[in-house]
Design a protein around this ligand. Structure first.
Ligand SMILES: Nc1ncnc2c1ncn2[C@@H]1O[C@H](COP(=O)(O)OP(=O)(O)OP(=O)(O)O)[C@@H](O)[C@H]1O
Length: 257
């Protein structure tokens, strides 16, 4: 089976700075793949390229080995509709909306109402809205947030905001989920729970996951394969065991050894 995601020679320069240089990555259906590297290595830039936030200077993104996404033209919204969803390093919820509305908004990406259905609130509109609300509440239940449905997102504790962000990403019904530092700010107990949640989500929602993470116990604990970026270039790829012992990776993290 061809890879779900193929990045070929992806490159992004900002003025004279090569934030991403000729990066080639393959992610296969059902994998949990880690993307690591020291601060400023280009990890978030890579996510921004995959999700249409930045236009690449060069290179391509192909889904299922056949659908090449035109990254110069596709908007983040269109890329989400193609099955790629993400969370952000700095949580980006609609802070003044309720927990339920945050998730409902994402569900609406997949619904097409006719103008008349929406304006006149025809029965078909009301039926679809009720169905969406049920799906949103089911999803919130999974994330143990259903009892907070009417709470404004900004009033949730930090760990729950992170969970809501993941729930909202799942409401986009992605095939590929990009998680940007999901364990940031979590204590060891919360990180352990997060790892279980990620593994469970992969199975339950038939997901493929690419994640950026600085917490090595999380990366080594759940990733089957890891890519390592340094100064915008890939310096290693392999299993957690291979990466842990790779001299280039040790040098990138620790400096000259
Ligand atoms: N919009 C931008 N304009 C100019 N430079 C940028 C822009 N976005 C990122 N960069 C630069 O690109 C490089 C890679 O940044 P990026 O945020 O992708 O790194 P990172 O690996 O995600 O770092 P961290 O682990 O600290 O989050 C950095 O030198 C950064 O300053």
């Amino acid at each position: 089976m061809p890879p779900l995601l193929t990045l070929s020679d992806l490159t992004k320069t900002f003025g004279g700075l090569s934030a991403i240089s000729n990066v080639n990555i393959e992610v296969h259906q059902g994998e949990i793949v880690g993307l690591i590297g020291p601060n400023g290595a280009g990890k978030t830039t890579l996510f921004n390229l995959i999700t249409g936030v930045y236009i690449p200077t060069n290179g391509s993104l192909t889904l299922h080995g056949e659908v090449e996404i035109n990254l110069a033209k596709a908007s983040p919204h269109e890329i989400a509709r193609m099955g790629i969803a993400r969370t952000f390093q700095n949580i980006r919820l609609f802070k003044n909306m309720t927990v339920l509305d945050n998730v409902l908004l994402a569900f609406h990406t997949h619904v097409n109402y006719s103008m008349w259905e929406a304006i006149l609130h025809l029965p078909s509109f009301n039926k679809k809205e009720a169905q969406l609300k049920k799906e949103a509440l089911d999803l919130l239940k999974i994330f143990n947030l259903d009892r907070k449905r009417d709470t404004l997102a900004k009033n949730l504790p930090y760990g729950e905001q992170r969970r809501l962000e993941i729930a909202r990403a799942l409401a986009l019904k992605p095939r590929l989920l990009l998680l940007d530092e999901p364990a940031a700010g979590m204590n060891p107990q919360e990180s352990a729970e997060l790892m279980e949640l990620i593994k469970w989500m992969r199975k339950e929602f038939n997901l493929t996951i690419l994640l950026i993470e600085h917490d090595m116990s999380v990366v080594m604990g759940i990733c089957e394969r890891i890519y390592v970026l340094d100064y915008g270039s890939l310096i290693a790829e392999g299993s957690p065991e291979q990466i842990k012992n790779d001299p280039r990776v040790i040098k990138a993290y620790l400096g000259e050894v």
